[in-house]
Design a protein around this ligand. Structure first.
Ligand SMILES: Cc1cc2nc3c(=O)[nH]c(=O)nc-3n(C[C@H](O)[C@H](O)[C@H](O)COP(=O)(O)OP(=O)(O)OC[C@H]3O[C@@H](n4cnc5c(N)ncnc54)[C@H](O)[C@@H]3O)c2cc1C
Length: 408
């Protein structure tokens, strides 16, 4: 008799779990709430799907249990991801440190998974939104329910994702299912998301992009810092470095109303004595120039004009008529520009969720410590990565381990 394995959620983690369960001899059924599998995969990596990273390190992840994560990523890491997709017929290439399908089409990643699911004769039931999970002690089965429909399995993988981008199907119901079988949750907040700021002048610099450093002090008093292209919007800040810090911001915002972020527009230059140095170096261009003319050639013009406004200066004023302290203040803003974050965009705009089921509540084989026979995988767990293929890597990794264990 083949072991019957049910997979709740046909996203990245669920599809890989299904393939590994089938490879290990199980009869597998995927229960997917949507009318199709893997909807979210199509929007990953701007439609190109950044499916992994050559520099895989736990430093690029946030979780409550780094040692557990490290061990799992050693079991199924970047090389395993490449080998897995090659076995499916998908050619993978490296762009920077990131891994992408050679086609640069996320749809080909999904197709490769779908064709393997078909070849392995895995049953897919679309439109089955699991509402309840129960253990039938007498029959030693795990039951899943959608209204009056009840299906029974020998083991079950919960791979429902989090609640980021709910339009793709991950509506947060996985957290409720996990709680209903006894799991706790590390508070779930949006991550890899844009941040909203308090200052009114954001409209004046909307659309500006600047390579800069940005940092914030976390709840744990640690300084979190990122470098890269910051994008200014009419309501706040965006771009990869902001995305990477957004989960830190959202955890702080659970406790405080606002947070100070500091932007350094020239992070590669020595900060000590910066303003005095620039004042001296640029003294040759002071004569006869207005402030607008004098401050041209340092940063984006809209940013410099904003700095003048913040310092109470008028772009048309002559440099010679302005006190040195005021000029110094403008230079200081280039290195120490404070913005007040008061919120983030919602789960609708977030790429992932931070928080979820703590890793200490699952075994090395990803089995639930609360309901034996149930396995957990993917974003539902308390693991979130930075931009760069880390989140999909975790979905493949945890899916492969959960699927293999569920079949055994
Ligand atoms: C715009 C965007 C871009 C991204 N780009 C990248 C990228 O380039 N690289 C990267 O590494 N990561 C990226 N991510 C993150 C990555 O897509 C996710 O981390 C990953 O898909 C999580 O996989 P998962 O299987 O755990 O969850 P999901 O992919 O969300 O799949 C969960 C599935 O479960 C189904 N489901 C939910 N509840 C139920 C239920 N009760 N019953 C039945 N079915 C249910 C859902 O319909 C869904 O199909 C991106 C995310 C977004 C939103």
């Amino acid at each position: 008799m083949k072991k019957k394995v049910g997979i709740v959620g046909g996203g990245a983690a669920g599809m890989v779990a299904a393939v590994f369960a089938a490879r290990n001899g199980a009869e597998v059924t995927i229960l997917e709430g949507n009318d199709r599998l893997g909807k979210k995969i199509l929007s990953t990596g701007n439609g190109k799907c950044n499916l992994g990273n050559m520099r895989l390190s736990t430093e690029d992840y946030y979780t409550g249990d780094t040692a557990f994560l490290k061990n799992r990523l050693e079991e199924f890491g970047t090389e395993d991801t490449i080998a897995f997709f090659n076995q499916l017929g998908l050619m993978v290439k490296q762009i920077g440190d990131g891994l992408y399908p050679v086609s640069e089409q996320a749809s080909t990643v999904l197709d490769a998974l779908r064709y393997e699911i078909k070849a392995k004769k895995i049953q897919v039931i679309n439109g089955f939104h699991v509402e309840k999970v129960r253990r039938n002690q007498a029959k030693n089965k795990i039951c899943v329910m959608q209204k009056e429909n009840v299906l029974e399995f020998d083991s079950l993988v919960l791979a429902c994702g989090g609640k980021a981008a709910p339009k793709t199907g991950s509506d947060g119901s996985g957290y409720e299912l996990a709680k209903s079988i006894g799991h706790s949750l590390v508070p779930v907040v949006p991550a890899l998301v844009q941040l909203k700021c308090k200052e009114e002048w954001f409209k004046s610099i909307s659309g500006v992009r600047a390579k800069a450093g940005i940092c914030v002090r976390g709840n744990d008093e640690k300084e979190y810092e990122e470098n890269g292209e910051i994008q200014f919007t009419d309501y706040g800040i965006s771009g990869i470095p902001v995305f990477q810090l957004s989960r830190v911001a959202n955890y702080i915002l659970r406790e405080r109303k606002e947070i100070e972020f500091i932007i350094d527009f020239l992070p590669w230059m020595n900060k000590e004595g910066f303003a005095e140095r620039l004042l001296a170096e640029r003294s040759s261009i002071e004569d006869g120039r207005t402030l607008e003319e004098y401050f041209t050639g340092i940063l984006n013009k809209k940013i410099m004009l904003l700095f003048l406004k913040i310092c109470g200066l008028h772009p048309g004023d002559l440099v010679k008529s302005v006190k040195r302290d005021k000029l110094k203040k403008v230079y200081e803003l280039c290195r120490d520009f404070k913005v007040t974050v008061v919120g983030s965009n919602s789960f609708d705009n977030a790429q992932v969720c931070a928080g979820g089921v703590p890793l200490h509540e699952v075994s090395e084989g990803m089995e639930s410590g609360k309901m034996p026979g149930v396995f957990l995988a993917g974003e539902l767990l308390d693991v979130d990565g930075k931009c760069g293929g880390y989140n999909l890597q975790w979905a493949w990794c945890s899916g492969a381990i959960a699927g293999t264990s569920a079949a055994k």
